[in-house]
Design a binder for this molecule. Structure first.
Ligand SMILES: [Zn+2]
Length: 456
């Protein structure tokens, strides 16, 4: 039998790194895996000085918060160039968030028209909305729901009060669907921002002070307890301190469904050393805290981090450099830096970088969002989504990025690897120089049947 494609070289399989591996593809799926002399195929590619990994699943992106649904185009093009074959996009689209089957239908149509990578979706519920739309959205393949305890925008990114969180958890309790939260206490943050403004203070450090760990942890604890009381899956979409992961772990130890996610910028930046140079370029919510890079890596290694994501935000730079830090958009671009940054950080700490990267960026998000075993692993029958990492160092320059944003907090940072190829369902999509697939090559990926807690 002659396959469509065979890729040979070192590869990370679910059981670990296999040096002398080959992966054969037919009809966009992985059809055979072996070692030694590769099987016969119409096309072949041999990897030297690099490693083949599953395509990355970026579990948190905001493709449409600035330019609306068209943002899928540049975001997924950037994804493909970064070795990310599936994004899980947040619901806070401009101008209207994804809270109904009508908006789900519109977003799927936008994916079919614009996407270069595959896309799974979060949905949300707006203030005052009943839980009636939840079941049809799940039926439509929504991978997870997300709400916020803090109002970033009254219409696009509103605050959901505790009584409504209680009813959303109740509607999800009998399902495998996680409810994610942006975890900051509105009253604490608003009063500290008002105080800082009255005192005429400005700058990144004041932004951080106005959103202290207490605001993050209080919102986290309340959300975890509501989820536990109702028996639903409570997920914190970013925890910035080890204490946050340890809180989650207490709930898991008590038999509740609780998880916490980390974003790669918390593993790379420290306001004490980087804040002066980066300023609003490293403004994210909740803020990056001083002195926590190494403690957060320890949380990853302890297994208390569900998975690592980019939290890619599609803000143009003029939305970052506002006169007041409080008006600057929160969030950073990150689809082309997630994979090399996580790998490099792991390698710098003497860890098994390839295996840890596959666990945190591929396998775990696939299991979390019900995309396993179709996505997230090099195994028989899975989609042939593959990224090739070359052991070629690079200094990041956002001018080269494909997100149309032209800025990044990672500018000037050295990565030990480069994404030299990316295949989406067996088709070469990124050749190391150009994105060579086209808008509409990407597909909507509905949530499958597997759930996170079965896999624990
Ligand atoms: Zn986010």
């Amino acid at each position: 039998m002659k396959y469509d494609l065979v890729i040979s070289g070192p590869a990370v399989l679910p059981e670990g790194l296999v040096e002398d591996c080959w992966i054969a593809v037919s009809g966009g799926k992985i059809a055979a895996i072996g070692t030694g002399t590769p099987a016969d195929a119409a096309q072949s590619h041999h990897v030297t000085n690099g490693v083949v990994i599953p395509g990355v699943i970026d579990g948190q992106t905001h493709a449409c918060s600035a330019g609306g649904l068209l943002g899928i185009r540049s975001t997924t093009r950037s994804a493909i160039a970064g070795g990310v074959t599936t994004i899980v996009d947040m619901p806070y689209d401009n101008p209207n968030p994804l809270n109904s089957t009508e908006r789900l239908t519109a977003k799927i149509a936008a994916i079919q028209e614009h996407a270069y990578s595959d896309v799974a979706l979060y949905g949300t519920v707006l203030p005052g909305q009943t839980t009636e739309d939840i079941a049809p959205l799940i039926e439509g393949g929504i991978a997870a729901f997300k709400i916020s305890t803090f109002e970033s925008s009254p219409t696009r990114f509103p605050r959901i009060a505790t009584d409504q969180i209680y009813s959303i958890f109740s509607a999800l309790a009998d399902t495998d669907i996680p409810l994610g939260v942006h975890n900051e206490d509105q009253e604490i943050v608003r009063s500290l921002i008002a105080k800082a403004k009255t005192e005429g203070r400005n700058g990144l450090a004041v932004h951080s002070e106005s959103r202290p760990p207490a605001a993050e942890l209080a919102a986290t604890a309340q959300f975890l307890e509501l989820g536990a009381a109702i028996g639903a899956h409570a997920h914190i979409v970013h925890l910035t301190t080890p204490r946050g992961y340890q809180l989650v772990d207490h709930y898991v130890a008590d038999g509740f469904r609780a998880t916490g996610e980390l974003c790669v910028h918390y593993l790379w930046f420290d306001p004490e050393t980087d804040g002066e140079v980066l300023g609003a370029r490293m403004k994210v919510n909740p803020p990056i805290r001083p002195g926590l890079i190494e403690p957060l890596w320890r949380e990853v290694l302890a297994g208390r981090v569900a998975f690592v994501s980019s939290d890619h935000s599609s803000w143009p730079i003029d939305n970052k450099f506002t006169p007041s830090i409080f008006d600057a958009g929160a969030g950073v671009p990150g689809l082309e830096t997630l994979l090399p940054a996580f790998y490099t950080g792991a390698e710098q700490r003497g860890l098994d970088a390839a295996v840890l990267t596959v666990q945190q960026l591929c396998e775990r998000p696939a299991k979390f969002f019900g995309l396993w075993p179709k996505k997230g692993a090099i195994r028989l029958g899975a989609d042939a989504d593959l990224a090739i990492l070359s052991k070629r160092s690079q200094v990041w320059n956002s001018e080269r990025a494909h997100d149309e944003l032209r800025w990044s907090p990672f500018d000037g940072r050295a990565f030990s690897v480069t994404v030299s190829r990316c295949y989406l369902r067996g088709a070469l999509a990124w050749d190391g120089e150009d994105v060579i697939n086209v808008p509409g090559s990407g597909q909507y990926v509905p949530r499958g049947k597997t759930s996170w807690f079965e896999h624990k």
